[in-house]
Design a protein around this ligand. Structure first.
Ligand code: ADP
Ligand code: ASP
Ligand code: MG
Length: 477
């Protein structure tokens, strides 16, 4: 492996392990987590957990219900969440578990917060961040206690005291220097004392202490931030699939695990919609050259995927991904396409906090892709007098990733031949050499991914008990 250029001392003995929602969803999952953590105790370990599966979505629904005046519905959702956590604590820690007071305090605060939302009849992103953070606060305390009960010297640590971000609520960005200092101040003494810190992923706080979040799926990013700040030897992302696969196994049953891939390829995959990693996860790992492993918490003995600085999958196409809920935006200029116009357009999208995905330009026109939830009417109104803005919803972006895929023209021709009967729009204007992407109608996404997967990842030839040569021999005979 290349020499690591860490700004900090490398801790060759430290592993940061992140467990996603399904890996903490019930008592059986948390017992598996305990087994995995114990198997790593020959090294120092930091544990990062997501909220229990589905809790973040439920909190969001409860917040929306409260803010639209349906406090009763919001509270009943929160009460079933309370019962779920309470039963889980009983199952893992016994009937006299000491979490009762903690749960009553957290859920009491959550209920009064929902009451505030009902009164104000609005939930802005700052309020939403505070609300969604309850899930990780609860799960991290529960998992910390379960680890202790199982004999691990675990210590709960408050992620909001470690990860410091800007105030971009909904998808905040870490302030790296400050975060590194805090992480080492808070977690350093615990690690030196031989303890295993347990933190909630996804949650952070701005410099003034106001809670923020790192965006949906952000616990992966939390693990990488902590790994980078502590100079960890590796980051492990424990999830519900065997590793990063050639495509989402929910889209195509033939998907198979990629054993090793480069940071760059994995980052492209995450950026283009592979939910298995939060898109920002690999940046800090890359910067500090920390290998990242994606592993299945249901099959801890599996090898998973290793993501390192340099790796070749050996195929022109390493993986195929799809990003749904995309809107294709066409901006027709009333003036020449110059830097002033681009500035105005970016300013309008920036003001509405709308990230822009892929962009192409042609005479007098700019094409952009944004999430279909983007506030496009507001952006179009801002640009009135400068440009006409039109858009179409219900699109999906299909993306093929492979080291230097664009330098192999035959790949693109095979791709477009395979989907030539679909209403495909080519939008491969991204800056990277590693992707070919195109837009399809959302309802066609599954079919197009399956066709392309069949084309580039044909299932292995069935082999007889005696291997390929023997079966050929028997067939010939
Ligand atoms: P967690 O809760 O552990 O963070 P996520 O649901 O966020 O898990 O991510 C895991 C899911 O990512 C898998 O169940 C799978 O459906 C999806 N996924 C999408 N693309 C891929 C891919 N290329 N390889 C593996 N999983 C993928
Ligand atoms: N619980 C958060 C979410 O569902 C963060 C995460 O799971 O990574 O988005
Ligand atoms: Mg995730």
């Amino acid at each position: 492996m290349a020499q690591r250029q860490s700004r900090f001392d490398r801790n060759d003995d430290l592993v940061v392990m992140k467990f996603g929602g399904t890996s903490v969803e019930d008592a059986a999952a948390i017992r598996r987590l305990i087994g995995i953590v114990k198997s790593r105790l020959n090294a120092q370990a930091v544990v990062v957990v997501s909220a229990l599966a589905r809790v973040t979505d439920q909190l969001l629904e409860a917040g929306k219900a409260a803010a639209s005046g349906h406090l009763g519905a919001a509270l009943s959702c929160v009460r079933s969440m309370y019962v779920r956590h309470e039963l889980l604590a009983e199952e893992l820690l016994g009937p006299d578990h000491g979490m009762g007071g903690e749960f009553r305090r957290e859920f009491g605060e959550l209920e009064s917060w929902l009451g505030d939302l009902e009164r104000s009849r609005e939930m802005d992103l700052q309020a939403q961040d505070r609300l969604l953070g309850f899930g990780e606060c609860l799960s991290s305390k529960l998992v910390g206690a379960a680890l202790e009960e199982a004999g691990v010297n675990a210590a709960h640590a408050d992620a909001r005291k470690c990860i410091v971000t800007d105030a971009q609520h909904g998808q905040a960005n870490p302030l790296w220097e400050l975060t590194s200092e805090r992480v080492r101040d808070v977690l350093g003494p615990l690690l030196e004392g031989g303890q295993v810190p347990v933190l909630g992923g996804f949650i952070a706080a701005a410099e003034n202490g106001v809670p923020t979040t790192l965006g949906r799926g952000g616990s992966d990013f939390s693990a990488a931030i902590l790994g980078a700040a502590l100079g960890a030897a590796k980051v492990e992302i424990w999830t519900d699939v065997d590793g990063i696969m050639t495509t989402d196994p929910k889209l195509c049953a033939d998907a198979r695990v990629i054993r090793k891939m480069s940071f760059d390829e994995a980052a492209e995959l995450a950026h283009f919609g592979a939910k298995v990693l939060h898109p920002a996860t690999l940046a800090p790992a890359m910067r500090e050259n920390i290998p990242v492993y994606v592993l299945n918490s249901r099959k801890p003995e599996g090898e998973g995927t290793e993501i390192v600085a340099k790796a070749k999958t050996g195929n022109a196409v390493s993986a195929i991904t799809a990003k749904r809920r995309v809107a294709a935006v066409e901006i027709e200029s009333k003036q020449p396409l110059d830097s002033e116009l681009f500035r105005k357009i970016y300013a309008a999208f920036g003001r509405h906090r709308c990230p822009v995905d892929v962009m192409g330009t042609s005479l007098g026109r700019i094409s952009l892709l944004v999430s279909s939830t983007a506030p496009l009417p507001g952006i179009a109104a801002d640009l009135e007098g400068v440009a006409n803005v039109r858009w179409e919803n219900h699109k999906a972006l299909v993306c093929l990733v492979g080291e230097s895929i664009r330098r192999q023209p035959e790949v693109a021709s095979r791709v477009f031949a395979a989907v030539s009967d679909m209403d495909v729009r080519v939008v491969c204007q991204g800056a990277s050499d590693r992707t070919i992407s195109f837009l399809v109608e959302e309802e066609k996404v599954e079919e197009s991914v399956q066709r392309l997967h069949g084309l580039f990842f044909a299932p292995p030839e069935p082999q007889g008990d005696w291997g390929g040569i023997s079966s050929a021999f028997y067939q010939a005979g």
